[in-house]
Design a protein around this ligand. Sequence first.
Ligand code: BGP
Length: 479
Amino acid sequence: MPFCEGFLWGGAVAAHQLEGGWNEGGKGVSIADVMTVGGYGKPRRITDGVVAGENYPNHEAIDFYHRYKDDVKLFADMGFKAFRTSIAWTRIFPNGDETEPNEEGLKFYDDLFDELLKYNIEPVITLSHFEMPYNLVTKYGAWRNRKLIDFFVRYAEVCFKRYKDKVKYWMTFNEINNQASIDSPFMGFVNSGIIFKDEPNPWQSLFQAAHYELVASAKAVKIGHAVNPDFKIGCMIGYEPTYPLTCRPEDMVLAMKDMHKRHFFSDVHCRGHYPSYATTEWERRNLDLDITEDDLKILQEGTVDYLAFSYYKTNIVTTDKSKIDKDNKDEFSTGVDNPYLKKTDWGWAIDPKGIRYTLDILSERYELPLMIVENGIGLHETRENEQSDGMIHDDKRIAYFQAHIEQMKKAVEEDGVDLWGYMPWGCIDLVSAGTGEMEKRYGFIYVDKDNQGKGTLNRKPKKSFYWYKKVIASNGEDL
Ligand code: BGP
């Protein structure tokens, strides 16, 4: 049996992408609340506060805030052992800088966790998933400011103490490493509250913000372990292996250097110190970073218990500029296709073997347990795709998961990777983070709502729902 006993089969979401209730229960405005709908090749706009008349898809999302009991029941029907979601920071500290938390927000997550535990579903919780309080951006300059460390740590401590008997698995920041793509306004804003490309010295801002976030994470890990020594506290990175287009040594080196962007944050989270490729880069770029001796000590003391990651695709790089399609190069794509792979409708390369490659690299590099907390395929699906049995037949999704789970098995069985769990992304249709659309669907469960916000919000299992139920029941044997 490749997967261990108690393997955490489940699904993943993030508060801002499904809860809605953006201004209910005392919740404050988060950075996700000021982002409009975009689309394929059309980035989401970040508005200056919430502006009347704009379409903000996260405000209602799929209304999980009011419907979570029914949704948790559906997850339980599928046999989920785990459910990954985030706590919306703005439900607990609406402006981020209060000294006392918002009781109504805390209560909401008490109720949600109780509901999950009622069905023996383990909550797997991210503290910050693209939803920091917007006030911290406007009033303090977001993660440019050292004060953010204390705000985050206070928030983390409140959550650890409140939920210490309900939640065992935690993650500090979602995909913290993606902001290293400093040209992407989206990645910088959602991770740090900063659009790096608009900064006078983007590299200075990136590494300073990164440092404060890493210190905040390490402090949180340390405090969490003191609150409950049984806690398992991990980091979470977005992992997209970079392949060279050819075996020309120039391409190989470029791909290797590109991977520094992927590893920089996890190197610090897992090893407790900065890698030499980063410190030499700081010197080369003449950066003047605020890093104290105490900070370096805390990084060492607050290393993580496990490494969680998302995996959707692999990327290609080349030094041969003639091979780069400039029209296809954007925030999420290098503009070079892998000739051996098919792509999704959103241009993401489908590469099941890449998940084994990822598991092996991370396992060898850090020698830590791993958790896959996002994986999946975005598809266009409407009620018109329903078959005579009244179900959406998402065979493409089933094929995608079959192929990826096969490769996970090989990584465990043949390569000895210590894998704790698998939580496919968007287990129920929700708002896409990158595009803000409902149309980019990942779920085992269909939600009746379109990009304009119209629909009944009714839920309906897709074919993959029954397929995944069988996979979980057989602990991954019956694919
Ligand atoms: C990850 C995020 C998620 C999620 C997912 C899919 O980067 O952690 O929040 O949304 O990607 O991306 P998208 O929604 O853009 O398809």
